[in-house]
Design a binder for this molecule. Structure first.
Ligand SMILES: Nc1ncnc2c1ncn2[C@@H]1O[C@H](COP(=O)(O)OP(=O)(O)OP(=O)(O)O)[C@@H](O)[C@H]1O
Ligand SMILES: [Mg+2]
Length: 495
């Protein structure tokens, strides 16, 4: 059994006050949650009706009871906040989690303060609850301290809000640390939870799948009702009925996770050139980040990240980076907000290649816009084994696998936009790291093709101060078929 400093051994009697019997899967999850290490997290997620919300209510209640016993807490005027229970939308919380709570926990065990969104257990400890869509609740969660956070339907929540909650796990009682943990419950979706618990799992964290089959308390015919409800959406049916995550694993993701993993530690001499490109993705909105990658060939060597700042700050900081890195060229996304820094960098005498991601592709017969083309180009490089990283860059690796492609009329390819990816239903964040990196690969392709050498002067089109990728990279087609062939001919090892 794992022992936690300053806390009692991890054994929580099931304080299921109404003698509710847990299903086998719920018991398994119960014990797994008890055994989580300090700051451990558990995802209890899968198909519909697995008993997740019931589990969450019972578990949070039980943990509150445990704390009361462990510290022999008296009734007090200001009960101690120890946990929070959250959904993305406050109304959904009230309709589902709170309704379940009322059904499960005997009314004499708690007081519900709807105005403050608090549940007081026996006048001793407090649970904050609510929706992340409500600024007052969000501020409260952020400003408070807890032992445990529980997010139901976590696939709806943005990673930024979740990060704030994660940071609030630091409650102490009598100056003693508690056993800080997170519980996430959700249905399968292509979201941060899949990324963090299903596709990979940090040491100490636990993923417990949930299925309707594991819940003996469902009414007969439940599975059939699901089949009917989701018959128009086969992938959702597979997710809700069978708890399948791979249906979202994006047969249509542009860059596959295993391709990126394969790039780590690949022989740097064999893959890519050794030219130096500085790639810049400029923050558009408040919560975006400006990300600068210094690439030596395809290898990320330097990375700088900062929040949204004014043009001059960005331009100056990029200039410093470019000098220090010895960049031959700066590639910058000059769409809207990036245009100012791009112009300034040209003024300062740097060679700047600008992309207009929304603008036309170099091959408009195949791509709806340049963004799609640049991402596709990066995907092909990864697929062909022409990318080499010295070490893992976790955030970049994950973001590279986020965008999915689809085809528009005429068979032209489109990639998910930053805005789409920012929606809570997707990743809750724009892939700024990845956007910057794929831009760097496009810049590298141009350097190789054009034969541009440092000291050459970019030819500027009339009226613009920097060369546009659309003109410079014609076309950006990545000739990976030929490279594969060359490699086979040369008897190179299969990467
Ligand atoms: N331990 C239990 N004892 C008795 N009934 C239970 C138990 N656990 C779950 N149930 C029953 O199963 C139903 C589904 O449980 P719950 O709402 O927790 O599932 P869920 O996994 O959260 O579903 P969804 O994916 O739709 O959110 C509940 O309405 C309840 O009737
Ligand atoms: Mg539920």
């Amino acid at each position: 059994m794992i022992q936690y400093a300053d806390t009692a051994p991890a054994e929580s009697p099931a304080y299921d006050a109404r003698n509710i019997e847990l299903s086998d899967k719920q018991s398994e999850a119960w014990h797994a949650f008890d055994l989580l290490p300090q700051y451990g997290e558990m995802l209890y997620g899968g198909g519909k009706g697995g008993g997740k919300t019931w589990f969450g209510c019972l578990k949070v209640y039980a943990e509150c009871r445990r704390i009361i016993d462990q510290f022999k807490l008296p009734r007090q005027e200001y009960p101690i906040p120890v946990a929070c229970m959250v959904r993305q939308r406050g109304v959904d919380f009230t309709d589902t989690v709170l309704a379940t709570w009322k059904q499960l926990i005997p009314p004499d065990k708690y007081e519900l303060h709807v105005g403050n969104r608090e549940i007081i257990i026996e006048g001793r400890v407090q649970i904050d609850y609510g929706g992340l869509d409500d600024q007052a609740s969000l501020s409260k969660f952020q400003g408070s301290e807890y032992e445990i956070i529980w997010i139901d339907q976590g696939e709806e929540c943005s990673l930024d809000a979740v990060a704030a909650l994660r940071g609030s796990r630091r409650r102490k009682i009598n100056d003693q640390r508690l056993h800080y943990r997170s519980l996430f419950t959700c249905n399968p979706a292509n979201c941060w939870l899949k990324d963090e618990f299903v596709d990979r799992l940090d040491p100490g964290n636990v993923f417990k799948p949930a299925l309707w089959r594991d819940n003996p308390h469902l009414p007969p015919g439940y599975a059939e009702s699901l089949r009917r409800a989701y018959r128009h959406r086969p992938e959702l049916l597979a997710a809700m009925l069978e708890g399948r995550w791979d249906v979202f694993a994006s047969a249509n993701c542009c860059i596959r996770g295993d391709w990126v993993l394969d790039a780590i530690g690949r022989d740097i001499v064999n893959a890519g050139s050794r030219r130096r490109v500085l790639a810049v993705d400029v923050a558009r909105e408040g919560d975006d980040e400006t990300v600068v990658y210094g690439l030596l060939g395809t290898t990320p060597i330097r990375r700088q990240v900062w929040g949204k700042k004014e043009t001059m700050y960005t331009a100056n900081r990029v200039a410093v980076e470019a000098r220090q890195f010895g960049a031959e060229i700066i590639v910058i996304d000059a769409n809207a907000i990036g245009a100012g820094p791009a112009d300034r960098l040209v003024e300062m005498g740097f060679d700047v290649l600008c992309t207009m991601t929304g603008a036309g592709a170099t091959d408009p017969s195949r791509f709806v816009n340049l963004r799609a083309e640049i991402w596709d180009h990066a995907g092909k490089m990864f697929e062909a084994g022409d990318v080499a990283w010295m070490e893992d860059d976790e955030q970049l690796r994950r973001e590279l696998c986020w965008p999915e492609y689809r085809f528009k009329a005429g068979g032209r390819m489109l990639i998910e936009s930053k805005e789409e990816l920012k929606s809570p239903k997707r990743m809750g964040k724009s892939p700024d790291y990845a956007d910057s990196y794929v831009l760097g690969l496009a810049g590298l392709a141009w350097l190789e093709k054009s034969g541009f050498r440092k000291g050459d002067v970019l030819r500027f089109r009339e009226g613009t101060k920097a060369a546009k990728v659309t003109e410079a990279l014609s076309p950006l087609s990545y000739d990976y078929g030929r490279r594969q062939l060359d490699r086979e001919r040369a008897g190179a090892k299969r990467w």
